[in-house]
Design a binder for this molecule. Structure first.
Ligand SMILES: Cc1cc2nc3c(=O)[nH]c(=O)nc-3n(C[C@H](O)[C@H](O)[C@H](O)COP(=O)(O)O)c2cc1C
Length: 364
C-alpha cells in the first residue's frame, strides 16, 4: 500500500516530516501575571504533539493592547520570550517544527483588559459579540477607530513580536489575519468605513496587513513568515460577507505571489454559506489556482478528507484543530489507523492540566 499523502514529507521553504499540521488554538493556560507560557504546561502540551509536521501555537498577543481573552500568552516581554524558549526547545528535541501565531484581536476585546480604555479597530463599529474577560463573558463595546499613529505603532508591535519569536527559537511566525480579528476588521466593509488610505478601495483595506508583512520581512526571512485567512467568514465575530469580500481576498492572495512565504493558511467557511450571497463555499478549490506557493487548508478535516484534498491538488498541507486537542499522537493514529479520542469542550479554555496535557497517546 502506498503511503498516505498526509504522511509524506514536504520540502518547499520549510522542511516538514509530514503534512499533518496542528492548527493554532487558544487554550488560556497562561494564568500568571506576565502572561508567560510555562514549561510544565505549555512546554509539555506542545512536546506531546511534536510528531505533527508543523505545530502552530495558540494566538499570542503582540502587545498588551492586542489582548482580548483571559490567560492568553504574549510575545512582547522578555519573560514571555524566555518562557517560549523552553517550549520551542522541547518541540525541537522531539524533532518537531513550530511556528507562533501573532495575534491582535482589535475590537474583540473589552475595556477591562485596558484599564478602562477602549479597544481599537478599523472603525468605531461594535461587533455585537462577546469578550471573554477575567469576570466572564461581557458584551463588546464600540471600539476606537485607529489613528494613523495607532496603525504605525501596531506595525512596529508585529515587527517586534516577530523578532522576539525568532529569538525564542520559533521556526517561523503566522500572522493571524483571520476569523474576525484586527486585520479582517480592516479587510471587510462591514467593519471598515474609513475614508483615508486604509479604507474604501480593496487595495486600501489590505494596506495595513501588507505594511505589517513588509515590516516583519525586514527583520526575519520571508520563508519563515506565514499568514492565515478566512475569506468566507460570515457572522463570525461581527464579520459578514459582501460583494467586495471575496475580491478583496483574491487581491490579497494573488499579491502574496510576490512574496516567498512559508505558506498561506486558509479556512473553509466556519458556517454554512451556501445561501449567503457573494460567499464562496469551497475555499481551497477557489483559491488554489490563484496562489503559487504552499497552501494550507483547515476546518473539519478528518483523515480521509485530508488525504483527498492533497490528492486532488487543492492544498499542500492540512491543519487539524480539535482532533489535536484530544489526540496528541494524531499522526501515529492516522498512520496505524487507530480510533480517535473525543475532545472535551468544557476544558478548552480552563486552567491547569485537565483537558490539556492529560489526553493519553493510544499506546499509553
Ligand atoms: C479551542 C479552540 C481555540 C482556537 N483558537 C484559535 C486561535 O488562537 N487562532 C486561530 O487562528 N484559530 C483558532 N481556532 C480555530 C482553529 O484553528 C480551527 O480553525 C478550528 O478548530 C477548525 O478546525 P478543526 O475542525 O480541525 O477543529 C480555535 C479553535 C478551537 C477549537
Amino acid at each position: 500500500m502506498s503511503k498516505q499523502h498526509l504522511l509524506t514529507p514536504y520540502h518547499k521553504n520549510i522542511d516538514l516530516k509530514n503534512r499533518v499540521v496542528m492548527a493554532p488554538m487558544t487554550r488560556s493556560r497562561a494564568d500568571n501575571e506576565g502572561k508567560v507560557p510555562t514549561d510544565d504546561l505549555h512546554g509539555l502540551y506542545y512536546e506531546q504533539r511534536a510528531s505533527a509536521g508543523l505545530i502552530i501555537t495558540e494566538g499570542s498577543q503582540v502587545s498588551a493592547e492586542a489582548t482580548g481573552y483571559i490567560n492568553t500568552p504574549g510575545i512582547y516581554t522578555e519573560a514571555q520570550v524566555e518562557g517560549w524558549k523552553k517550549v520551542t526547545k522541547r518541540v525541537h528535541d522531539q524533532g518537531g517544527t513550530i511556528f507562533i501565531q501573532l495575534w491582535h484581536v482589535g475590537r474583540i476585546s473589552h475595556p477591562d483588559f485596558h484599564d478602562g480604555a477602549l479597544p481599537v479597530s478599523a472603525s468605531a463599529i461594535n461587533p455585537e459579540a462577546k469578550s471573554f474577560t477575567p469576570e466572564g463573558f461581557k458584551d463588546t463595546v464600540t471600539p476606537k477607530a485607529m489613528t494613523i499613529e495607532d496603525i504605525k505603532r501596531t506595525v512596529k508591535d508585529f515587527q517586534n513580536a516577530a523578532k522576539n519569536a525568532i529569538e525564542a527559537g520559533f521556526d517561523g511566525v503566522e500572522i493571524h489575519s483571520s476569523n474576525g480579528y484586527l486585520f479582517q476588521q480592516f479587510f471587510n466593509g462591514c467593519s471598515n468605513t474609513r475614508t483615508d488610505e486604509y479604507g474604501g478601495s480593496i487595495e486600501n483595506r489590505a494596506r495595513f496587513f501588507f505594511e505589517v508583512l513588509d515590516a516583519i520581512k525586514e527583520v526575519i526571512p520571508q520563508e519563515r513568515i506565514a499568514a492565515r485567512f478566512n475569506p468566507s467568514a460570515h457572522n463570525v465575530f461581527g464579520i459578514t460577507v459582501d460583494e467586495d469580500t471575496i475580491p478583496t481576498f483574491e487581491y490579497i492572495i494573488k499579491k502574496l505571489n510576490d512574496y516567498n512565504l512559508a505558506y498561506v493558511h486558509l479556512s473553509e467557511p466556519f458556517t454554512d454559506v451556501s445561501d449567503v450571497p457573494f460567499a464562496v463555499s469551497e475555499i481551497a478549490k477557489h483559491f488554489r489556482p490563484l496562489y503559487n506557493g504552499t497552501l494550507m487548508i483547515n476546518n473539519e478535516f478528518d483523515k480521509e478528507k485530508g488525504n483527498k484534498v492533497l490528492e486532488d491538488g487543492d492544498a499542500d498541507l492540512v491543519a487539524y484543530g480539535k482532533l489535536f486537542i484530544s489526540n496528541p499522537d494524531l499522526v501515529e493514529r492516522f498512520e496505524q489507523d487507530v480510533d480517535l479520542a473525543e475532545w472535551d469542550e468544557d476544558t478548552f479554555y480552563t486552567t491547569g492540566e485537565k483537558g490539556y496535557t492529560d489526553y493519553p497517546k493510544a499506546t499509553e
